[in-house]
Write a protein that binds this ligand. Sequence first.
Ligand code: SF4
Length: 271
Amino acid sequence: MLNILSLGAGVQSTTLALMAARGEVTPMPDCAIFADTQGEPMAVYKHLEWLCSPGVLPYPVHVVSRGNLWESATRVRRTRDGLRTYISTGIPAYTMDGETRGIGRRQCTRTFKIEPIVTEARRLLGRKQIRQTDGTLVSMWMGISLDEAIRRKPARQSWIEGRWPLLELGVTRQDCLDWMKRNGYPTPPKSSCTFCPYHDNEQWRALAADEFSDAVVKEKELQRAYAAASALRSTPYLHASRKPLGEIDFTSRSGQEPDLFNNECEGMCGV
Ligand code: SF4
């Protein structure tokens, strides 16, 4: 059986990766897999580069990608019969259809995070076909902390067994930050796409100025894509207030939203 760590390069999965490297979680993983949406903040890519540098982790990190998530989230396609247009990959944008509020269908996590990791795990096993009778072939470690335990979900594949070592140890996100500091490691950034609608105000504020400006432009791109897709009638926004991102006062610290990543399936984003 392969022990594979699902690496998001954020606080929890980084702590788990380094705990395993130091033998505080056993056995030593065979590898880690990072699924790149090509939309993470520069801070995450720099942090990943450090994690992958010689002497940090004693096991390999495989970086896989399904391509550029944002391009897919704004690409308008036509159905085979030519009658309708739709968007390739939905992100969980906040929508307004007249007075009606909604949330866009989220396909990004499955298509750009879960499926590339599962495909890579299958490649590492060297098996094209896996049958239900083959039993468990992979123990997939997920960096979910005690305060986000609600995100723990079993894998859909019969041959993958989920493991949540931070839950086994009763470790919270703050414990992870403390552990990193105590052991002289850098504070990891929060991993998630720069344009992710699950961001709370603090995460929007934490983006670099150019990444925030880029998200403002991206919101308009998404609105244009929705307008061009006949299957979508609403207007999408990236912030929960359903106001244009560029018009929101992020200096106010009141009215923080709950961590919406808790809605996110299988704990693949924001860890
Ligand atoms: S971080 Fe947000 S936008 Fe990116 S894949 Fe996850 S849910 Fe989708």
